[in-house]
Design a protein around this ligand. Structure first.
Ligand code: VGL
Ligand code: ZN
Length: 209
């Protein structure tokens, strides 16, 4: 598979989403060697970081709600998360084993205190852009490969927005892991992505190009 004209989107491979972190995804750290192995073969490599100010709207602690509950805030259904990926903290740093050398651009998202952002392209109002789409299109990129954390949140919304923006979109199946909250969410979101036209591939297909 020729990836020299494609972009790799590395989503939120941060300490807080890995075992021991504030919002740990089971096996989250297992994506790290897979991503580090494939990244150098891409024309462009973009990494996102969930990058929240203290007191972020997605933090259950701000509202006195239970983690895992949902609240309607400004007409948006907001899942309540533990405090995570607070700007400048160790939890917000990339996993230390992620090879950051091939990364061309880092996109910080979720930086507005009152608006969450799962997708690397748009905040959760689905209209405030991060700048990633014009960046990629300005470079003539038509194909993106998505990997990282978490399958059913930031990977999912990034892949769905990539399809909507007209990119040929693939998810590297062995380089994603999910939160699976609520139960069954990983299966549901993978089904949605496939229905939308996202192709799931194994990293071996990329390395064997
Ligand atoms: C994410 C929950 C809250 C993610 C970010 O990166 O998938 N999930 N913030
Ligand atoms: Zn977050």
């Amino acid at each position: 598979m020729d990836t020299t004209h494609a972009a790799l989107l590395i989503i939120d491979v941060q300490n807080d989403f890995c075992p021991g972190g504030a919002l740990a995804v089971a096996g989250g750290d297992s994506v790290v060697p897979v991503i580090s192995a494939v990244a150098p073969g891409f024309g462009r490599v973009i990494a996102t970081r969930d990058w929240h100010p203290a007191g972020h709207v997605s933090f259950a602690s701000r509202h006195g709600h239970d983690v895992g509950s949902t609240a309607s805030i400004d007409g948006i259904d907001q899942m309540m998360w533990p405090d995570h990926c607070v700007q400048g903290t160790r939890g917000a740093e990339f996993h230390p084993d992620l090879d950051i050398r091939p990364i061309d651009l880092i996109v910080h998202k979720g930086t507005s205190v009152d608006l969450d952002s799962y997708s690397g392209f748009f905040e959760n109002d689905h209209s405030t852009p991060t700048g990633l789409e014009p960046y990629l299109k300005g470079l003539g990129i038509r194909e993106v490969f998505v990997c990282g954390l978490a399958t059913d949140y930031c990977v999912y919304f990034t892949a769905m927005d990539a399809v909507k923006a007209g990119f040929t979109t693939r998810v590297i199946a062995d380089a994603v892991r999910g939160v699976d909250l609520p139960d069954g969410n990983v299966e549901r979101t993978i089904g949605d992505m496939k229905s939308a036209g996202v192709e799931f591939i194994d990293s071996a297909t990329i390395r064997d190009r």
